[in-house]
Design a protein around this ligand. Structure first.
Ligand code: T3D
Length: 258
């Protein structure tokens, strides 16, 4: 049985755990394909309204399994094309909020998978390393797209070229992640954020994600037109009607994600 990815559903949150702790949850083919399958399952299951990704053991993920990468069974291009690119595409295209709860070290593709998520929380014991340069590779898994947009070109270039490990606290200060929590509070806080998102207007959040994705390429004019379209779509949802009714009736809204 393939247990490299563990999945559980807690109310409306789909929890995905990277599970090869003996190699710091580094990805081999089996695990990458199961990750894709699990993300797709979260996308189609309408009862899942938020996805939470974390690592088992002391690491979040040490990127590519370097034993596999050097075993000669797979070309590097195949690894990037068939393993990581589909994972990043799924994370960005699933119109539901995705939280990465980074429990420990996140290196190489492991760091960039976390950074592709909508909200990144981290334990103060966690760290981030763009480890690629140390082994002569270039940052993949969307890192060259995501990191400069999060922290600016200078800092992204330095982290990617020097391959320095930064703490979660530093990552929070430079805007790379949303929040760093003390280790003892980290999991509870990450679950609280995921649970909160899972009770919010899912379609509105999904459309927000679509708008943010497209803002990376659009002109202001394009983006204003897009907001016009998406707002009109959001305005046709059950949750919009419920949100406004609840506000006017001074009660807590009961959103359905519809
Ligand atoms: O084909 C391609 O490569 C293309 C795709 C590229 C995508 C990428 O992600 S490239 C980047 C790959 N990742 C790395 O270069 C990171 C390698 N790991 C490390 O630098 C360190 O392990 C960490 C800084 C992440 C953590 O260091 P530390 O001291 O806390 O732990 P450790 O002792 O190095 O690792 C513990 C064990 O995990 C160890 O095994 P052992 O000695 O107990 O049997 C180590 O070999 C194993 N491990 C850690 N990372 C990987 C790994 N095994 C295979 N692949 C790994 N990436």
């Amino acid at each position: 049985m393939n247990t490299t990815i563990l999945f559980e559903k807690k109310e409306n949150v789909g929890i995905i755990r990277l599970n090869r702790p003996e190699v710091l949850n580094s990805f081999n083919r089996e695990m990458a394909l199961l990750m894709q399958e699990t993300l797709k399952r979260c996308e189609t299951d309408e009862t899942i309204r938020c996805i939470l990704i974390t690592g088992e053991g002391r690491a979040f993920c040490a990127g590519q399994d370097l034993q596999e990468a050097t075993s000669g069974t797979l070309e590097l291009r195949t690894i990037v094309k068939e393993h990581y690119n589909p994972i990043i595409h799924l994370i960005r295209s699933i119109e539901k909020p995705i939280v990465a709860a980074v429990n420990g070290v996140a290196a190489g593709a492991g760091a960039n998978i976390a950074l592709a998520c909508d909200i990144v929380t981290a334990s103060d014991k966690a760290s981030f390393i763009q480890a690629f340069s140390k082994i002569g590779l270039i940052p993949d898994s969307g890192g060259t797209f995501t990191l400069p947009r999060l922290i600016g070109l200078q800092r992204a270039s330095a982290l990617m070229m020097l391959g320095e490990k930064i703490t979660a606290e530093e990552a929070e200060k430079m805007g790379m992640i949303y929040r760093c929590y003390a280790e003892q509070d980290f999991w509870e806080q990450s679950c609280r954020i995921a649970a909160q998102l899972s009770q919010m207007p899912t379609r509105g959040l999904g459309l927000t994600k679509r708008a943010l994705n497209l803002s990376m390429f659009n002109t202001l004019e394009d983006q204003l037109n897009l907001e016009e379209d998406l707002q009109s779509e959001a305005g046709n949802t059950y949750d919009y009607r419920e949100g406004v009714s609840a506000f006017l009736e001074k009660r807590t809204p009961a959103f359905r994600g519809q």
